[in-house]
Design a protein around this ligand. Structure first.
Ligand code: ADP
Ligand code: MG
Length: 575
Protein backbone atom coordinates (compact mmCIF):
# COMPACT_ATOMS: atom_id res chain seq x y z
CA UNK A 1 0.00 0.00 0.00
CA UNK A 2 2.72 2.46 1.05
CA UNK A 3 4.70 1.56 -2.03
CA UNK A 4 1.77 2.50 -4.21
CA UNK A 5 1.42 5.73 -2.32
CA UNK A 6 5.06 6.57 -2.89
CA UNK A 7 4.58 6.00 -6.61
CA UNK A 8 2.50 9.16 -6.70
CA UNK A 9 5.45 11.25 -5.48
CA UNK A 10 7.51 10.34 -8.50
CA UNK A 11 6.23 12.94 -10.98
CA UNK A 12 6.79 15.66 -8.36
CA UNK A 13 10.29 14.74 -7.22
CA UNK A 14 11.58 18.33 -7.41
CA UNK A 15 8.84 19.72 -5.26
CA UNK A 16 9.38 16.94 -2.80
CA UNK A 17 13.09 17.68 -2.66
CA UNK A 18 12.56 21.42 -2.05
CA UNK A 19 9.98 20.76 0.62
CA UNK A 20 12.22 18.26 2.30
CA UNK A 21 15.34 20.39 2.29
CA UNK A 22 13.54 23.35 3.79
CA UNK A 23 11.95 21.14 6.42
CA UNK A 24 15.38 19.79 7.30
CA UNK A 25 16.86 23.27 7.67
CA UNK A 26 13.98 24.30 9.89
CA UNK A 27 14.50 21.39 12.24
CA UNK A 28 18.22 22.09 12.49
CA UNK A 29 17.52 25.74 13.29
CA UNK A 30 15.00 24.78 15.92
CA UNK A 31 17.61 22.62 17.54
CA UNK A 32 20.04 25.50 17.74
CA UNK A 33 17.75 28.06 19.42
CA UNK A 34 17.64 26.56 22.94
CA UNK A 35 21.42 26.18 22.99
CA UNK A 36 21.75 29.85 22.10
CA UNK A 37 19.27 30.75 24.82
CA UNK A 38 21.19 28.68 27.34
CA UNK A 39 24.43 30.37 26.34
CA UNK A 40 22.87 33.81 26.74
CA UNK A 41 21.56 32.90 30.16
CA UNK A 42 24.64 31.19 31.51
CA UNK A 43 27.46 33.06 29.76
CA UNK A 44 26.36 36.34 28.17
CA UNK A 45 24.06 37.88 30.72
CA UNK A 46 26.46 37.36 33.67
CA UNK A 47 29.05 39.40 31.72
CA UNK A 48 26.66 42.37 31.82
CA UNK A 49 27.78 43.49 28.32
CA UNK A 50 24.80 45.13 26.60
CA UNK A 51 26.46 45.23 23.18
CA UNK A 52 27.04 41.51 23.25
CA UNK A 53 23.43 40.91 24.26
CA UNK A 54 22.26 43.09 21.37
CA UNK A 55 24.52 41.21 18.98
CA UNK A 56 23.07 37.89 20.04
CA UNK A 57 19.58 39.38 19.69
CA UNK A 58 20.35 40.56 16.19
CA UNK A 59 21.73 37.18 15.21
CA UNK A 60 18.61 35.52 16.47
CA UNK A 61 16.43 37.96 14.53
CA UNK A 62 18.16 37.04 11.29
CA UNK A 63 17.67 33.37 12.06
CA UNK A 64 13.99 33.91 12.85
CA UNK A 65 13.39 35.70 9.57
CA UNK A 66 15.16 32.96 7.67
CA UNK A 67 13.13 30.36 9.46
CA UNK A 68 9.88 32.10 8.51
CA UNK A 69 10.85 32.09 4.88
CA UNK A 70 11.61 28.40 5.04
CA UNK A 71 8.34 27.82 6.83
CA UNK A 72 6.50 29.61 4.03
CA UNK A 73 8.10 27.36 1.44
CA UNK A 74 7.21 24.25 3.38
CA UNK A 75 3.64 25.33 4.05
CA UNK A 76 2.89 26.55 0.57
CA UNK A 77 4.86 24.30 -1.74
CA UNK A 78 4.46 21.32 0.51
CA UNK A 79 0.72 21.61 0.27
CA UNK A 80 0.93 22.17 -3.45
CA UNK A 81 2.71 18.84 -3.62
CA UNK A 82 -0.20 17.20 -1.83
CA UNK A 83 -2.74 18.91 -4.03
CA UNK A 84 -0.95 17.77 -7.17
CA UNK A 85 -0.86 14.19 -5.96
CA UNK A 86 -4.54 14.29 -5.09
CA UNK A 87 -5.26 15.60 -8.56
CA UNK A 88 -3.30 12.74 -10.13
CA UNK A 89 -5.06 10.16 -8.04
CA UNK A 90 -8.50 11.53 -8.75
CA UNK A 91 -7.71 11.55 -12.45
CA UNK A 92 -6.48 7.96 -12.37
CA UNK A 93 -9.51 6.84 -10.45
CA UNK A 94 -12.01 8.53 -12.73
CA UNK A 95 -10.33 7.11 -15.81
CA UNK A 96 -10.13 3.69 -14.28
CA UNK A 97 -13.77 3.66 -13.27
CA UNK A 98 -14.66 4.37 -16.87
CA UNK A 99 -12.66 1.33 -17.92
CA UNK A 100 -14.65 -0.97 -15.66
CA UNK A 101 -17.31 -3.14 -17.20
CA UNK A 102 -21.05 -3.20 -16.88
CA UNK A 103 -20.85 -6.01 -14.38
CA UNK A 104 -19.21 -3.65 -11.91
CA UNK A 105 -21.76 -0.89 -12.37
CA UNK A 106 -24.63 -3.36 -12.17
CA UNK A 107 -23.48 -4.26 -8.68
CA UNK A 108 -22.25 -0.92 -7.31
CA UNK A 109 -24.16 2.06 -6.04
CA UNK A 110 -23.38 5.25 -7.91
CA UNK A 111 -23.09 7.17 -4.65
CA UNK A 112 -20.40 4.82 -3.43
CA UNK A 113 -18.34 5.44 -6.53
CA UNK A 114 -18.89 9.16 -6.21
CA UNK A 115 -17.77 9.28 -2.63
CA UNK A 116 -14.59 7.41 -3.47
CA UNK A 117 -13.69 9.73 -6.27
CA UNK A 118 -14.74 12.94 -4.58
CA UNK A 119 -14.40 12.56 -0.80
CA UNK A 120 -11.99 9.79 -0.04
CA UNK A 121 -9.09 11.48 -1.71
CA UNK A 122 -9.52 14.73 0.20
CA UNK A 123 -7.55 13.54 3.18
CA UNK A 124 -4.91 11.98 1.02
CA UNK A 125 -3.41 15.30 0.00
CA UNK A 126 -2.89 16.30 3.65
CA UNK A 127 -1.08 13.05 4.24
CA UNK A 128 0.92 13.32 1.05
CA UNK A 129 2.30 16.65 2.17
CA UNK A 130 2.66 16.21 5.91
CA UNK A 131 3.48 12.53 5.89
CA UNK A 132 7.13 12.26 4.92
CA UNK A 133 7.96 15.78 5.97
CA UNK A 134 6.60 15.37 9.49
CA UNK A 135 8.25 12.03 9.82
CA UNK A 136 11.59 13.45 8.78
CA UNK A 137 11.48 16.66 10.80
CA UNK A 138 10.36 14.66 13.76
CA UNK A 139 13.20 12.22 13.42
CA UNK A 140 15.77 15.00 13.19
CA UNK A 141 14.47 17.02 16.14
CA UNK A 142 13.80 13.92 18.17
CA UNK A 143 17.28 12.51 17.77
CA UNK A 144 18.90 15.94 17.98
CA UNK A 145 17.16 17.01 21.16
CA UNK A 146 17.64 13.55 22.63
CA UNK A 147 21.38 13.76 22.22
CA UNK A 148 21.55 17.31 23.49
CA UNK A 149 19.47 16.49 26.56
CA UNK A 150 21.65 13.51 27.44
CA UNK A 151 24.59 15.80 27.08
CA UNK A 152 23.04 18.44 29.32
CA UNK A 153 22.19 16.14 32.18
CA UNK A 154 22.00 12.36 31.99
CA UNK A 155 19.92 11.82 35.12
CA UNK A 156 17.26 14.33 34.12
CA UNK A 157 17.19 12.90 30.60
CA UNK A 158 16.62 9.33 31.78
CA UNK A 159 13.68 10.34 33.99
CA UNK A 160 12.15 12.32 31.14
CA UNK A 161 12.45 9.52 28.62
CA UNK A 162 10.83 7.11 31.00
CA UNK A 163 7.65 9.18 31.06
CA UNK A 164 7.87 9.71 27.30
CA UNK A 165 7.96 5.93 26.91
CA UNK A 166 4.74 5.50 28.84
CA UNK A 167 3.16 8.25 26.79
CA UNK A 168 4.18 6.53 23.56
CA UNK A 169 2.57 3.25 24.59
CA UNK A 170 -0.61 5.13 25.40
CA UNK A 171 -0.50 6.89 22.02
CA UNK A 172 -0.04 3.73 20.04
CA UNK A 173 -2.99 2.10 21.75
CA UNK A 174 -5.27 5.02 21.13
CA UNK A 175 -4.16 5.27 17.56
CA UNK A 176 -5.26 1.76 16.80
CA UNK A 177 -8.72 2.70 17.96
CA UNK A 178 -8.62 5.86 15.89
CA UNK A 179 -7.71 3.98 12.76
CA UNK A 180 -10.67 1.68 13.17
CA UNK A 181 -13.06 4.52 13.76
CA UNK A 182 -11.87 6.52 10.75
CA UNK A 183 -12.35 3.59 8.43
CA UNK A 184 -15.83 3.11 9.80
CA UNK A 185 -16.50 6.81 9.29
CA UNK A 186 -15.54 6.65 5.61
CA UNK A 187 -17.81 3.70 5.09
CA UNK A 188 -20.73 5.45 6.71
CA UNK A 189 -20.13 8.57 4.67
CA UNK A 190 -20.16 6.55 1.47
CA UNK A 191 -23.43 4.98 2.57
CA UNK A 192 -25.02 8.38 3.05
CA UNK A 193 -23.70 9.50 -0.29
CA UNK A 194 -25.24 6.52 -2.00
CA UNK A 195 -28.53 7.09 -0.27
CA UNK A 196 -28.70 10.74 -1.19
CA UNK A 197 -27.81 10.05 -4.78
CA UNK A 198 -30.46 7.34 -5.03
CA UNK A 199 -33.16 9.34 -3.36
CA UNK A 200 -32.51 12.57 -5.22
CA UNK A 201 -32.22 11.03 -8.66
CA UNK A 202 -35.47 9.25 -7.98
CA UNK A 203 -37.12 12.34 -6.53
CA UNK A 204 -39.90 12.27 -9.08
CA UNK A 205 -40.87 8.76 -8.13
CA UNK A 206 -40.65 9.66 -4.46
CA UNK A 207 -43.05 12.54 -4.91
CA UNK A 208 -45.40 10.64 -7.17
CA UNK A 209 -45.82 8.01 -4.49
CA UNK A 210 -45.70 10.67 -1.74
CA UNK A 211 -43.06 8.54 -0.11
CA UNK A 212 -41.07 11.42 1.31
CA UNK A 213 -41.55 10.14 4.81
CA UNK A 214 -40.37 6.67 3.87
CA UNK A 215 -37.29 8.17 2.25
CA UNK A 216 -36.67 10.31 5.30
CA UNK A 217 -36.84 7.28 7.53
CA UNK A 218 -34.43 5.38 5.32
CA UNK A 219 -32.06 8.32 5.33
CA UNK A 220 -32.45 8.70 9.07
CA UNK A 221 -30.86 5.29 9.60
CA UNK A 222 -27.84 6.13 7.48
CA UNK A 223 -27.57 9.58 8.97
CA UNK A 224 -27.76 8.18 12.49
CA UNK A 225 -25.07 5.64 11.76
CA UNK A 226 -22.87 8.38 10.41
CA UNK A 227 -23.50 10.53 13.46
CA UNK A 228 -22.74 7.63 15.79
CA UNK A 229 -19.59 6.87 13.90
CA UNK A 230 -18.50 10.51 14.11
CA UNK A 231 -19.25 10.64 17.81
CA UNK A 232 -17.20 7.52 18.34
CA UNK A 233 -14.23 8.88 16.49
CA UNK A 234 -14.37 12.19 18.38
CA UNK A 235 -14.51 10.26 21.61
CA UNK A 236 -11.33 8.38 20.82
CA UNK A 237 -9.71 11.59 19.62
CA UNK A 238 -10.65 13.41 22.81
CA UNK A 239 -9.27 10.59 24.96
CA UNK A 240 -6.15 10.66 22.96
CA UNK A 241 -5.51 14.40 23.06
CA UNK A 242 -6.36 14.82 26.71
CA UNK A 243 -4.09 11.89 27.56
CA UNK A 244 -1.21 13.25 25.57
CA UNK A 245 -1.62 16.72 27.09
CA UNK A 246 -1.57 15.25 30.56
CA UNK A 247 1.64 13.35 29.88
CA UNK A 248 3.32 16.43 28.39
CA UNK A 249 2.49 18.48 31.44
CA UNK A 250 3.52 15.65 33.71
CA UNK A 251 6.93 15.59 32.10
CA UNK A 252 7.34 19.31 32.75
CA UNK A 253 6.36 18.76 36.33
CA UNK A 254 8.89 15.97 36.81
CA UNK A 255 11.66 18.04 35.26
CA UNK A 256 10.81 21.05 37.37
CA UNK A 257 10.80 19.10 40.63
CA UNK A 258 13.71 16.78 39.90
CA UNK A 259 15.66 19.60 38.23
CA UNK A 260 15.06 21.71 41.35
CA UNK A 261 16.63 18.95 43.47
CA UNK A 262 19.59 18.72 41.13
CA UNK A 263 20.15 22.49 41.25
CA UNK A 264 19.96 22.39 45.03
CA UNK A 265 22.65 19.71 44.95
CA UNK A 266 24.73 21.84 42.59
CA UNK A 267 24.55 19.29 39.77
CA UNK A 268 22.71 21.67 37.38
CA UNK A 269 22.75 25.38 36.55
CA UNK A 270 19.66 27.53 36.04
CA UNK A 271 20.63 28.02 32.39
CA UNK A 272 20.88 24.28 31.92
CA UNK A 273 17.45 23.75 33.45
CA UNK A 274 15.92 26.40 31.18
CA UNK A 275 17.72 24.84 28.21
CA UNK A 276 16.38 21.50 29.27
CA UNK A 277 12.85 22.84 29.41
CA UNK A 278 13.21 24.29 25.96
CA UNK A 279 14.50 20.97 24.65
CA UNK A 280 11.69 19.10 26.25
CA UNK A 281 9.18 21.20 24.39
CA UNK A 282 11.33 20.59 21.35
CA UNK A 283 11.28 16.92 22.13
CA UNK A 284 7.54 16.87 22.63
CA UNK A 285 6.96 18.76 19.42
CA UNK A 286 7.94 15.89 17.16
CA UNK A 287 5.92 13.57 19.33
CA UNK A 288 2.90 15.80 18.83
CA UNK A 289 3.78 15.99 15.18
CA UNK A 290 3.94 12.24 14.92
CA UNK A 291 0.66 11.98 16.74
CA UNK A 292 -0.85 14.40 14.31
CA UNK A 293 0.80 12.53 11.50
CA UNK A 294 -0.65 9.27 12.68
CA UNK A 295 -4.08 10.84 12.71
CA UNK A 296 -3.52 12.17 9.20
CA UNK A 297 -2.08 8.86 8.20
CA UNK A 298 -5.07 6.92 9.44
CA UNK A 299 -7.49 9.23 7.68
CA UNK A 300 -5.44 9.47 4.51
CA UNK A 301 -4.72 5.79 4.31
CA UNK A 302 -8.35 4.93 4.96
CA UNK A 303 -9.15 6.98 1.87
CA UNK A 304 -6.17 5.77 -0.07
CA UNK A 305 -6.90 2.10 0.57
CA UNK A 306 -10.42 2.59 -0.72
CA UNK A 307 -8.91 4.33 -3.73
CA UNK A 308 -6.52 1.46 -4.39
CA UNK A 309 -9.32 -1.06 -3.97
CA UNK A 310 -11.05 0.35 -7.02
CA UNK A 311 -7.88 1.01 -8.93
CA UNK A 312 -6.98 -2.64 -8.61
CA UNK A 313 -10.31 -3.88 -9.87
CA UNK A 314 -9.70 -5.47 -13.22
CA UNK A 315 -12.25 -4.65 -15.88
CA UNK A 316 -14.32 -7.70 -16.57
CA UNK A 317 -14.07 -7.17 -20.31
CA UNK A 318 -10.58 -6.39 -21.62
CA UNK A 319 -9.07 -5.97 -25.05
CA UNK A 320 -7.15 -8.97 -26.28
CA UNK A 321 -3.44 -8.39 -26.75
CA UNK A 322 -3.70 -8.88 -30.49
CA UNK A 323 -7.08 -7.17 -30.78
CA UNK A 324 -7.45 -5.18 -33.97
CA UNK A 325 -9.29 -2.01 -34.91
CA UNK A 326 -11.99 -2.65 -37.43
CA UNK A 327 -13.05 -0.15 -40.02
CA UNK A 328 -15.36 -0.15 -43.04
CA UNK A 329 -17.58 -2.58 -41.22
CA UNK A 330 -20.22 -4.19 -43.39
CA UNK A 331 -22.35 -5.41 -40.54
CA UNK A 332 -22.56 -9.20 -40.73
CA UNK A 333 -23.30 -10.63 -37.32
CA UNK A 334 -22.96 -14.23 -36.24
CA UNK A 335 -23.77 -15.96 -32.98
CA UNK A 336 -22.24 -19.42 -32.63
CA UNK A 337 -23.53 -21.49 -29.73
CA UNK A 338 -23.51 -18.50 -27.41
CA UNK A 339 -24.14 -19.20 -23.75
CA UNK A 340 -24.31 -16.39 -21.23
CA UNK A 341 -25.24 -15.86 -17.60
CA UNK A 342 -25.00 -12.78 -15.42
CA UNK A 343 -24.07 -14.65 -12.29
CA UNK A 344 -23.16 -18.26 -13.08
CA UNK A 345 -26.43 -19.36 -11.57
CA UNK A 346 -28.83 -19.52 -14.43
CA UNK A 347 -28.01 -19.16 -18.07
CA UNK A 348 -29.95 -16.28 -19.58
CA UNK A 349 -28.96 -17.44 -23.05
CA UNK A 350 -28.04 -20.99 -23.87
CA UNK A 351 -26.48 -22.25 -27.04
CA UNK A 352 -27.85 -19.49 -29.23
CA UNK A 353 -26.84 -19.51 -32.89
CA UNK A 354 -27.94 -17.32 -35.78
CA UNK A 355 -26.59 -15.20 -38.58
CA UNK A 356 -27.63 -11.72 -39.62
CA UNK A 357 -26.45 -10.45 -42.95
CA UNK A 358 -25.32 -6.94 -43.65
CA UNK A 359 -28.15 -4.52 -44.17
CA UNK A 360 -30.75 -6.94 -42.89
CA UNK A 361 -33.38 -5.90 -40.35
CA UNK A 362 -34.04 -8.65 -37.85
CA UNK A 363 -36.61 -8.41 -35.10
CA UNK A 364 -36.44 -10.25 -31.80
CA UNK A 365 -39.69 -10.91 -30.09
CA UNK A 366 -40.62 -12.93 -27.05
CA UNK A 367 -41.82 -12.70 -23.51
CA UNK A 368 -40.29 -10.18 -21.19
CA UNK A 369 -37.23 -11.59 -19.44
CA UNK A 370 -36.42 -13.97 -22.28
CA UNK A 371 -33.08 -12.29 -22.81
CA UNK A 372 -33.59 -10.03 -25.81
CA UNK A 373 -31.88 -7.03 -24.29
CA UNK A 374 -29.15 -9.25 -22.97
CA UNK A 375 -28.55 -10.75 -26.38
CA UNK A 376 -28.19 -7.31 -27.92
CA UNK A 377 -25.84 -6.09 -25.22
CA UNK A 378 -23.47 -8.92 -26.02
CA UNK A 379 -22.76 -7.59 -29.50
CA UNK A 380 -20.99 -4.41 -28.27
CA UNK A 381 -19.36 -6.76 -25.74
CA UNK A 382 -20.82 -5.04 -22.71
CA UNK A 383 -20.60 -8.45 -21.05
CA UNK A 384 -18.29 -11.38 -21.65
CA UNK A 385 -19.98 -14.53 -22.93
CA UNK A 386 -19.36 -17.85 -21.18
CA UNK A 387 -19.32 -20.12 -24.20
CA UNK A 388 -19.42 -19.83 -27.96
CA UNK A 389 -18.48 -17.03 -30.28
CA UNK A 390 -19.90 -13.78 -31.55
CA UNK A 391 -18.53 -12.52 -34.83
CA UNK A 392 -18.81 -9.22 -36.60
CA UNK A 393 -17.86 -9.41 -40.28
CA UNK A 394 -16.46 -12.85 -39.55
CA UNK A 395 -14.11 -11.65 -36.79
CA UNK A 396 -14.54 -12.86 -33.22
CA UNK A 397 -15.44 -9.73 -31.26
CA UNK A 398 -12.88 -10.70 -28.63
CA UNK A 399 -10.27 -10.04 -31.29
CA UNK A 400 -11.59 -6.55 -31.94
CA UNK A 401 -10.79 -3.54 -29.76
CA UNK A 402 -13.80 -2.53 -27.72
CA UNK A 403 -13.45 1.02 -28.94
CA UNK A 404 -13.62 0.23 -32.63
CA UNK A 405 -16.32 -2.39 -32.08
CA UNK A 406 -18.55 0.03 -30.22
CA UNK A 407 -17.87 2.83 -32.67
CA UNK A 408 -19.63 0.69 -35.25
CA UNK A 409 -22.74 0.01 -33.21
CA UNK A 410 -25.56 2.41 -32.45
CA UNK A 411 -28.06 1.69 -29.72
CA UNK A 412 -31.44 3.28 -29.19
CA UNK A 413 -33.14 2.22 -26.01
CA UNK A 414 -36.41 2.80 -24.29
CA UNK A 415 -34.80 4.83 -21.52
CA UNK A 416 -32.96 7.71 -23.06
CA UNK A 417 -30.14 9.12 -21.03
CA UNK A 418 -29.39 12.74 -21.76
CA UNK A 419 -26.67 14.65 -20.00
CA UNK A 420 -27.35 17.98 -18.39
CA UNK A 421 -26.34 20.52 -21.00
CA UNK A 422 -27.76 21.90 -24.20
CA UNK A 423 -29.58 20.05 -26.94
CA UNK A 424 -26.65 20.71 -29.20
CA UNK A 425 -24.21 19.13 -26.78
CA UNK A 426 -26.42 16.13 -26.37
CA UNK A 427 -26.74 15.47 -30.07
CA UNK A 428 -23.03 16.06 -30.57
CA UNK A 429 -22.39 13.28 -28.09
CA UNK A 430 -22.80 10.97 -31.08
CA UNK A 431 -19.74 12.49 -32.67
CA UNK A 432 -17.63 14.67 -30.47
CA UNK A 433 -16.59 17.76 -32.36
CA UNK A 434 -19.40 17.59 -34.93
CA UNK A 435 -20.08 20.83 -36.77
CA UNK A 436 -23.25 22.86 -36.27
CA UNK A 437 -24.31 21.88 -39.77
CA UNK A 438 -23.88 18.16 -39.08
CA UNK A 439 -25.86 18.46 -35.86
CA UNK A 440 -28.75 20.18 -37.60
CA UNK A 441 -28.72 17.63 -40.42
CA UNK A 442 -28.88 14.80 -37.91
CA UNK A 443 -31.69 16.49 -36.03
CA UNK A 444 -33.63 16.94 -39.24
CA UNK A 445 -33.30 13.27 -40.10
CA UNK A 446 -34.46 12.40 -36.61
CA UNK A 447 -37.53 14.64 -36.96
CA UNK A 448 -36.20 16.71 -34.11
CA UNK A 449 -35.32 19.93 -35.88
CA UNK A 450 -38.80 21.38 -35.80
CA UNK A 451 -39.41 20.98 -32.12
CA UNK A 452 -35.91 22.13 -31.29
CA UNK A 453 -36.41 25.31 -33.28
CA UNK A 454 -39.68 25.96 -31.48
CA UNK A 455 -37.80 26.14 -28.19
CA UNK A 456 -36.77 29.51 -26.89
CA UNK A 457 -33.07 29.06 -27.43
CA UNK A 458 -33.19 26.41 -30.15
CA UNK A 459 -30.19 24.14 -30.09
CA UNK A 460 -28.71 26.04 -27.18
CA UNK A 461 -31.64 25.22 -24.91
CA UNK A 462 -30.65 23.63 -21.63
CA UNK A 463 -32.52 20.43 -21.17
CA UNK A 464 -32.23 20.13 -17.40
CA UNK A 465 -30.77 17.22 -15.55
CA UNK A 466 -31.22 14.07 -17.63
CA UNK A 467 -33.46 15.95 -20.03
CA UNK A 468 -36.25 16.43 -17.54
CA UNK A 469 -37.54 19.42 -19.45
CA UNK A 470 -38.30 17.36 -22.54
CA UNK A 471 -41.09 14.91 -23.31
CA UNK A 472 -40.37 11.23 -23.83
CA UNK A 473 -40.77 11.55 -27.59
CA UNK A 474 -38.52 14.60 -27.74
CA UNK A 475 -35.82 12.86 -25.77
CA UNK A 476 -36.05 9.85 -28.03
CA UNK A 477 -35.69 12.05 -31.10
CA UNK A 478 -32.55 13.57 -29.69
CA UNK A 479 -31.14 10.14 -28.98
CA UNK A 480 -31.92 9.14 -32.56
CA UNK A 481 -30.25 12.28 -33.89
CA UNK A 482 -27.20 11.23 -31.93
CA UNK A 483 -27.09 7.94 -33.78
CA UNK A 484 -27.60 9.61 -37.17
CA UNK A 485 -24.55 11.65 -36.34
CA UNK A 486 -22.61 8.61 -35.23
CA UNK A 487 -23.65 6.80 -38.39
CA UNK A 488 -22.77 3.25 -37.41
CA UNK A 489 -23.25 0.27 -39.74
CA UNK A 490 -24.92 -1.78 -37.00
CA UNK A 491 -27.99 -0.60 -35.20
CA UNK A 492 -29.78 -1.94 -32.15
CA UNK A 493 -33.26 -0.65 -31.40
CA UNK A 494 -34.28 -1.95 -28.01
CA UNK A 495 -37.92 -1.10 -27.40
CA UNK A 496 -37.14 2.35 -28.70
CA UNK A 497 -40.77 3.32 -29.00
CA UNK A 498 -42.32 1.21 -26.27
CA UNK A 499 -42.76 4.04 -23.84
CA UNK A 500 -44.42 6.37 -26.31
CA UNK A 501 -48.01 7.02 -27.28
CA UNK A 502 -49.26 5.84 -30.68
CA UNK A 503 -49.02 9.20 -32.38
CA UNK A 504 -45.46 9.84 -31.25
CA UNK A 505 -44.53 6.28 -31.94
CA UNK A 506 -45.56 6.65 -35.55
CA UNK A 507 -43.45 9.76 -35.95
CA UNK A 508 -40.44 8.15 -34.34
CA UNK A 509 -40.99 4.95 -36.27
CA UNK A 510 -40.47 6.95 -39.45
CA UNK A 511 -37.15 8.25 -38.22
CA UNK A 512 -36.14 4.78 -37.12
CA UNK A 513 -37.00 3.33 -40.52
CA UNK A 514 -34.91 6.04 -42.08
CA UNK A 515 -32.11 5.31 -39.61
CA UNK A 516 -32.07 1.59 -40.29
CA UNK A 517 -31.69 2.03 -44.04
CA UNK A 518 -28.45 0.45 -45.23
CA UNK A 519 -27.60 -0.69 -41.75
CA UNK A 520 -27.74 -4.08 -40.14
CA UNK A 521 -30.55 -3.58 -37.66
CA UNK A 522 -31.66 -5.60 -34.67
CA UNK A 523 -35.06 -4.53 -33.44
CA UNK A 524 -36.67 -5.49 -30.20
CA UNK A 525 -40.23 -4.34 -30.10
CA UNK A 526 -42.97 -4.77 -27.67
CA UNK A 527 -45.67 -3.84 -30.15
CA UNK A 528 -45.49 -6.39 -32.89
CA UNK A 529 -47.10 -4.06 -35.41
CA UNK A 530 -43.85 -2.17 -35.61
CA UNK A 531 -41.82 -5.15 -36.77
CA UNK A 532 -44.19 -6.69 -39.27
CA UNK A 533 -41.98 -5.50 -42.09
CA UNK A 534 -38.73 -6.83 -40.72
CA UNK A 535 -36.73 -9.03 -43.08
CA UNK A 536 -36.81 -11.72 -40.48
CA UNK A 537 -38.35 -12.27 -37.08
CA UNK A 538 -36.81 -14.47 -34.41
CA UNK A 539 -38.84 -15.60 -31.48
CA UNK A 540 -36.78 -15.84 -28.31
CA UNK A 541 -38.15 -17.65 -25.28
CA UNK A 542 -36.57 -19.39 -22.32
CA UNK A 543 -35.92 -22.30 -24.64
CA UNK A 544 -33.87 -20.15 -27.00
CA UNK A 545 -34.82 -19.17 -30.54
CA UNK A 546 -37.91 -21.22 -31.14
CA UNK A 547 -39.20 -19.75 -34.40
CA UNK A 548 -37.68 -17.78 -37.21
CA UNK A 549 -39.05 -16.35 -40.44
CA UNK A 550 -41.06 -13.59 -42.03
CA UNK A 551 -44.21 -12.31 -40.40
CA UNK A 552 -46.41 -14.02 -42.94
CA UNK A 553 -44.74 -17.41 -42.60
CA UNK A 554 -44.79 -17.27 -38.84
CA UNK A 555 -48.47 -16.43 -38.82
CA UNK A 556 -49.16 -19.36 -41.06
CA UNK A 557 -47.16 -21.60 -38.78
CA UNK A 558 -49.63 -20.86 -35.97
CA UNK A 559 -46.90 -21.13 -33.34
CA UNK A 560 -45.69 -18.89 -30.53
CA UNK A 561 -45.46 -15.80 -32.71
CA UNK A 562 -48.93 -16.14 -34.12
CA UNK A 563 -50.29 -16.54 -30.59
CA UNK A 564 -48.41 -13.48 -29.37
CA UNK A 565 -49.54 -11.43 -32.31
CA UNK A 566 -53.17 -12.41 -31.95
CA UNK A 567 -53.17 -11.72 -28.25
CA UNK A 568 -51.98 -8.21 -28.98
CA UNK A 569 -54.41 -7.42 -31.71
CA UNK A 570 -57.25 -9.54 -30.54
CA UNK A 571 -58.01 -10.65 -34.08
CA UNK A 572 -58.79 -14.09 -35.32
CA UNK A 573 -56.88 -14.05 -38.52
CA UNK A 574 -54.40 -11.73 -40.12
CA UNK A 575 -53.42 -11.85 -43.73
P1 ADP B 1 -35.78 -9.07 -22.14
O1 ADP B 1 -35.06 -7.93 -22.75
O2 ADP B 1 -36.06 -10.18 -23.08
O3 ADP B 1 -37.02 -8.65 -21.43
P2 ADP B 1 -33.47 -9.20 -20.44
O4 ADP B 1 -32.37 -9.50 -21.39
O5 ADP B 1 -33.60 -7.80 -20.00
O6 ADP B 1 -34.85 -9.72 -21.04
O7 ADP B 1 -33.31 -10.10 -19.16
C1 ADP B 1 -33.09 -11.50 -19.24
C2 ADP B 1 -32.83 -12.02 -17.83
O8 ADP B 1 -31.61 -11.55 -17.35
C3 ADP B 1 -33.88 -11.62 -16.83
O9 ADP B 1 -34.14 -12.73 -16.02
C4 ADP B 1 -33.24 -10.52 -16.05
O10 ADP B 1 -33.68 -10.55 -14.74
C5 ADP B 1 -31.77 -10.87 -16.12
N1 ADP B 1 -30.93 -9.66 -16.15
C6 ADP B 1 -31.05 -8.64 -17.03
N2 ADP B 1 -30.08 -7.70 -16.80
C7 ADP B 1 -29.33 -8.17 -15.78
C8 ADP B 1 -28.19 -7.68 -15.08
N3 ADP B 1 -27.61 -6.53 -15.42
N4 ADP B 1 -27.68 -8.41 -14.07
C9 ADP B 1 -28.28 -9.59 -13.73
N5 ADP B 1 -29.34 -10.10 -14.34
C10 ADP B 1 -29.89 -9.42 -15.35
MG1 MG C 1 -35.53 -5.91 -22.73
Amino acid sequence: MIKKFIQYYKPHKHLFFIDFTCAFLISIMDLVFPTVARKILDEVIPKKDTNLILLFGLGLLVLYILRSILQYVVDYWGHILGVKMEYDMRKDLFNHVHKLSFKYFDNTKTGHIMSRIVNDLNEVSELAHHGPEDLFISAVTLIGSFLIMINLNLKLAVVTFFVVGIMSIFSIKKNRQMKKSFKELRKRLADINAQVEDSISGVRVVKAFTNEEYEQKKFEIGNKNFKKSKEDSYKVMAEFFSGVTFFSNFINLIVLVYGGFLITNGELTIGELVGFFLYISMFLQPIRRIVHLIENYQKGMAGFSRFIEILELEPNVVDDEDAIDISNVEGNIEFENVTFSYNDKKNVLENISFTINKGETVAFVGPSGAGKTTLCSLIPRFYEIDKGKIKVDGIDIRKITQKSLRENIGIVQQDVFLFSGTIKENIAYGKIGATEEEIIQAAKKANAHEFVMSLEKGYDTYIGERGIKLSGGQKQRISIARIFLKNPPILILDEATSALDNETERLIQNSLNELSKNRTTLVIAHRLSTIKNADRIMVLTDEGIVEEGKHKNLMEKEGVYARLYRSQFNVEKVI
